[in-house]
Structure formats: structure tokens, C-alpha cells
Design a protein. Structure first.
Length: 648
């Protein structure tokens, strides 16, 4: 059940600029403009929010929130939490698919077997495979409407002196700049920042793209901006090549002041020692370390592959980039938020710089990466989950693949238009087309009057004439009464539309892991040993991976390709312990909010991270605690978490 929170005390209509933007006598008119206007007037959807974990005691405003930007902003506004600085790195509308590389760990029970196998097989081929997490695939209309809503929601929770930095590239950035002019006002535009980087390039028939763009706006005229200084490489080079000092004369209050600028303190002291410089000859001595204020072109390199900050997240940004933004546009104690949090870099840097943080993302991989990263830094925070149906499909692609198992009779044999997932056959042997929202596109998750109108006016008319009924599934519905009322007015189409909630089916589509474990208590020390884990979802992923490799091998053999060795396959041991990424014990709560009183994470190199501290030790299949454990949490290498009650 949800309510709606207004974006502002007086809702604005919005999209005036988009409706009136003219190019070569053609209106840049976006489909569903009216629906966006209606959504803005209706407000942000406020759902129930569940506190799932607490790290430390006094968490202040530090939060990791799993949910969409819009619903997270509704929660923040309902709780009167104001954001002082926003950085977002949203999808770039690039058309790219993003995958997580999943690494198998060393199995503590069959270490010798794994070691022997690695002598014959390439380590990376043996240990890893990829799983698609999400697709950055949008059409321009949907993306801009979606972004407009998000920017409006973010503005609604920004403090009066707040700023926002929006990180994009050439794909869609110029259009979003127009949106930001409208939402925040052209007069509040501060900078277009170019993040310049270097990377390996191949031959090209055009100039290589070597930068991203960051649009910097303030909410009002009164905003935080701190002067920051960075090392000037040319200045430092000149300092090293010079004698280490230079004289300057400046205009003082009482006339001229002889000022000595010293670039190198050691050289200066040596010069004084040998009599080259007499300190009493100077009214002022200034030590300069070759610093300057940055301009709007930032040369910041990508993260080094072996850097300490790397967390193996595909869209991870360097900490140096966020450090510059956070230092410039916030002060200690202020709240910094990232509503497309990704790897957690914004929260991590904010924590290091003495700010409070809010990390929001829809992906479970992002939530877990940020959670582990921040815990390793010693941060205190709470994890929240917005109960909007998102949690029911932690991996949208896997869930979509499994829906055919749970929707009885669903087939996709006849050539139906791509909008329809397939059809089912009723008792009269009539084929009924079925629509299922694309779980990879969260824009289709909510069924409202505008989306229903598109189904009626665009998708149904192209169906065969004999179709008399369709089934439309939804994850969420904007306003049930409004949708039902609209349906009744459209029944003249002669095609019956049956609405069905997808959430009960998604709940069945979840495949929880099965874990066998044993607990022992000796000398007031509790030890839990993991005996076995069975993950049907991971097994399916690995089977699909191996099948594709087998097809690739067959293809090579048919064309006589002997230039490369046969591809290796991934095999899971009987106990499956190589599929475990983390285990944790809750010795405080028997249910409700999770508290990790003992925790072991196994990194991709199979080294243990004990309660956030890195080690060079391998896991032995056990976890210990001096306190009586009440619950066990096991996270597999794909990020699925299962919690088990411990019976003593």
C-alpha cells in the first residue's frame, strides 16, 4: 500500500521547455508528456520501508537504501531529511549491457582438487563467469521523461543552499542539460565540468571520446562553494627546476611590501645557511607548494587495476573525482546523497571527509558492494529496503527467464508482436496474448492510465482479428480505481483486458539457497561449520554458461579452427562451498533488523575479510563467536542472501 508525497508545496506543471523547444520547425514533442505532468501533480509514491540491517549504534543520517530514486526521495521527504549535496551518475542511455563478473572461491573442503585443476586450466576461465545485471537501453522519450521525474524528486529533498552534480556523456547529456535548466533554472547553472581521462585506443575514423561531462547546478543563489587547491603539475615542475625561491613585490596597506615566495623549504634553508638570502631583508615570506584552484577541465585518471579502492564494479568512478566535488560543495557534517549509488564511491568518500551519506540504488549488487565497502571503512549506517516489489526480482534477467516456469500455459510459439511475451490457451482453445512488464526496464514497472492507453491504442490494434481477450501483468499499479475507471470507458475496443498482479508469481520465482550447517559449543566458544550449499539459481547460470561454451567449441570444430585450445567448463563440487561469498552471525536479534556480530567475507582471491578487516588467510568453512548465535546469513557469489534460524 502506498500514498503520495508532493514534490513541492505547490506542484508545478513542468516540461514547459520541452513542449516549446523548436528545431528546424519541428517540435521536440515527447510522447506521454501529459502523463509526466500528471505524475508530477500527483506526487512521489511513498511505500512501506523496512529496516533490514544496522551497522553500529548511532547511525545519524547515514543510510543505504535499496529502491528507486523516486520512492527513496518520497521516504526522505516524508521524514524531513534534507540533502546538502547530490552527485548522480545515472544510466547514460548508451545501449550497453552491464554484467557482473562472478568468481568462484577456493573450496575449503576440496582445496587440493581445485589446486590440481588450476595447474591444467587457466585460472580466470576456471573461476569466473558473467551474469547480466541490467541493460542501459532506452529510447529518448522514455529516458527524458524518467529523468525529469527524478530531477524533480531530487530537487524536492535538497536543502536551500544545496548543489547537484549530474554525470553523463555524449549520448544524452545535452538533452538532460535542457531538463536541468528547466528544473533548477538557467540562472542556477554553475559549470559544465569536463572529466578528461586516458585509455587504450584502437584505430578510428574519428576523434576518440576521452571525456565525460558533469553538469553542476545550485538550487538557489545562496550555495556552498569552498575554494579547493590541487597540485599544479607544471608549477611543481618549474619549482623543481628552479633554485627554489622567487621574489615579488606586492601593494600593502602602508606601501610596498617585499615578499619572498619560497617553492622549496629545504633549498631556502640552504640558501640562508650559505648567505645567498638574508631573511631580515623581507617583509613577508610565503611558502608555496605549487597549488592552484582547479578549472572546469579535470584530468583525473581511471582507477588503477590494482588500486586499493577498486571493488570490481563495472561503472566504478575514482575517489579523486568525488573528493573534489564533495570538498568544493559541502562542509563537514552535511549530508551527501547519490541516488544511483553504484559502487558506493560517493558514500565512501563522504564518510572519509566527515560528511554524512545516503546511498540509493535499485540493484542488490550495488547495495552489497556499498555495504561491504563502508563497513570496511568503519562507517556506521543502516540498510533500508523500499517495499515496492523490486526486492522480488534481485536479478531481472534471471527472473524473466524463469517466468515461463511459473505462468501456467505460457507459450511463445506463434509470431506475436514483440510487445507481447506470448500467449496462453483457455478452455475454449482460444489463444490469449500476455503482456509482462520488462523487469530490465523499471520504467514499465508501474501500470498507470498512460501506459494502459499505450496498450489499448498501440499494442492491441496490431493483434490478429480473432483475439478477444488479453492479459496484462503489472508489478505496481499507480491508482487502482483510476485504472479500473479508465478501463470501463475503453471497453468499446471489443477486446477484454484482464489485469493481473505479477508479484505473487515473482515470489514463487525466487529460488532460495539450501544450506546445511553444524553448530558446536566448546569452552564458551560457538563454532558453525558450513557442510553444504545448494543454489539452484547459480546452478542454472553455470549450466547456461557451460552450454554456450560447448556450442562455441562445436562451432570451432566444424570450421576447423585449431588456433585455440578447447574452452574450459565450470564444475561445482558436491558440497558447493566455492559458491559462498560471505557468512555472518547475528547474536543480538532473533528476527527483524539484522546485526552482524561476526562476519567473514571471502574475496575473489579467496582471502578472508574478518569483520571488515582484510587478511591473507583462506577460509576453513567455519565461523566462530563468543556469543550465542541466533541466526546465520549466507551470501552466495551472485549476491543472493539467505537467513537461517539457529536452533540450539
Amino acid at each position: 500500500m502506498k500514498t503520495y508525497i508532493p514534490f513541492f508545496p505547490d506542484n508545478i506543471e513542468g516540461q514547459a521547455l520541452l513542449d516549446n523547444f523548436v528545431r528546424t520547425q519541428r517540435r521536440l514533442k515527447y510522447r506521454d508528456n501529459e502523463s509526466v505532468k500528471d505524475k508530477i501533480q500527483r506526487g512521489m509514491p511513498l511505500y512501506e520501508v523496512e529496516n533490514t540491517e544496522k551497522i553500529g549504534k548511532d547511525t545519524n543520517n547515514n543510510k543505504i537504501i535499496r529502491g528507486e530514486c523516486l520512492s527513496a526521495c518520497a521516504y526522505l521527504k516524508a521524514n524531513d531529511i534534507k540533502i546538502d549535496l547530490v552527485y548522480i551518475d545515472p544510466p547514460f542511455a548508451s545501449g550497453a549491457d552491464y554484467a557482473k563478473k562472478i568468481y568462484l572461491r577456493k573450496n575449503p573442503k576440496v582445496a587440493k582438487t581445485i589446486e590440481d585443476a588450476e595447474q591444467n586450466l587457466d585460472l580466470e576461465e576456471l573461476k569466473s563467469f558473467e551474469e547480466k545485471m541490467y541493460g542501459d537501453i532506452w529510447n529518448k522519450e522514455d529516458y527524458l521523461n524518467w529523468m525529469y521525474e527524478n530531477l524533480m524528486a531530487i530537487k524536492a529533498v535538497m536543502s536551500d543552499n544545496a548543489s547537484i552534480y549530474v554525470h553523463l556523456d555524449w549520448h544524452i547529456g545535452h538533452y538532460v542539460k535542457i531538463l536541468m535548466d528547466e528544473v533548477f533554472g538557467e540562472d542556477n547553472f554553475r559549470n559544465e565540468i569536463i572529466w578528461h581521462y586516458k585509455r587504450w585506443t584502437a584505430k578510428s575514423t574519428q576523434f576518440q571520446a576521452m571525456h565525460d561531462t558533469i553538469y553542476y547546478y545550485s538550487k538557489n543563489d545562496d550555495y556552498i562553494f569552498n575554494k579547493i587547491e590541487i597540485d599544479d603539475e607544471e608549477y611543481l615542475k618549474e619549482r623543481k627546476e628552479s633554485k627554489g625561491w622567487n621574489s615579488n613585490t606586492v601593494q600593502g596597506v602602508n606601501g610596498k611590501i617585499r615578499q619572498l615566495i619560497v617553492y622549496d623549504e629545504q633549498l631556502y634553508e640552504k640558501a640562508v645557511e650559505i648567505g645567498r638570502i638574508k631573511p631580515n631583508e623581507w617583509d613577508k615570506i610565503v611558502y608555496s607548494l605549487g597549488k592552484k584552484s582547479p578549472d572546469d577541465v579535470w584530468d583525473i585518471p581511471f582507477i588503477n587495476p590494482v588500486a586499493e579502492e577498486r571493488v570490481d564494479y563495472s561503472t566504478q568512478k575514482p575517489e579523486a573525482l568525488l573528493e573534489r566535488i564533495i570538498k568544493a560543495s559541502s562542509n563537514e557534517g552535511m549530508i551527501v546523497a547519490d541516488f544511483f549509488g553504484g559502487s558506493g564511491v560517493t558514500a565512501a568518500v563522504a564518510q572519509k571527509l566527515g560528511r554524512e551519506f545516503i546511498h540509493v540504488d535499485i540493484g542488490i549488487n550495488s547495495i552489497q558492494t556499498a555495504r561491504d565497502r563502508l563497513k570496511g571503512q568503519g562507517a556506521i549506517f543502516e540498510l533500508l529496503e523500499i517495499k515496492d516489489g523490486v526486492s522480488l526480482y534481485r536479478n531481472p534477467q534471471q527472473t524473466m527467464d524463469n517466468l515461463y516456469k511459473f505462468i501456467e500455459g505460457l507459450k511463445n510459439e506463434d509470431p506475436l508482436p514483440s510487445f507481447w511475451e506470448g500467449y496462453i490457451t483457455d478452455s475454449k482453445n482460444t489463444k490469449i496474448p500476455v503482456y509482462i512488464p520488462n523487469l530490465l526496464d523499471h520504467n514499465t514497472k508501474v501500470l498507470d492510465v498512460a501506459w494502459l492507453a499505450r496498450i489499448i491504442n498501440e499494442a492491441i490494434p496490431v493483434l490478429p482479428d480473432e483475439v478477444k481477450k488479453v492479459i496484462v501483468y503489472y508489478v505496481d499499479i499507480s491508482n487502482e480505481n483510476e485504472v479500473e475507471k479508465y478501463l470501463k470507458t475503453q471497453m468499446i475496443t471489443l477486446v477484454e483486458i484482464e489485469l493481473r498482479d505479477l508479484k505473487p508469481i515473482l515470489a514463487h520465482a525466487l529460488m532460495p539457497d539450501v544450506v546445511e550447517f553444524e553448530i558446536k559449543n566448546k569452552e564458551e566458544k560457538y563454532t558453525i561449520e558450513i557442510k553444504k550449499i545448494l543454489s539452484e539459481r547459480l546452478k542454472t547460470s553455470i549450466d547456461n554458461y557451460n552450454f554456450k561454451r560447448q556450442l562455441n567449441d562445436l562451432k570451432k570444430s566444424k570450421i576447423g579452427d585449431k588456433t585455440s585450445a578447447p574452452l574450459s567448463f565450470i564444475e561445482i563440487s558436491k558440497n558447493g562451498l566455492e559458491l559462498i561469498e560471505m557468512i555472518a552471525l547475528d547474536c543480538t536479534n532473533q528476527d527483524g533488523v539484522w546485526q552482524s556480530d561476526a562476519e567473514i567475507k571471502i574475496d575473489k582471491n579467496s582471502f578472508m575479510i574478518l569483520n571488515g578487516k582484510k587478511t591473507k588467510e583462506f577460509w576453513d568453512g567455519k565461523i566462530t563467536s563468543s556469543k550465542k548465535p541466533l541466526r546465520l546469513k549466507v551470501r552466495n557469489i551472485a549476491g543472493d542472501e539467505s537467513i537461517f534460524e539457529i536452533l540450539h
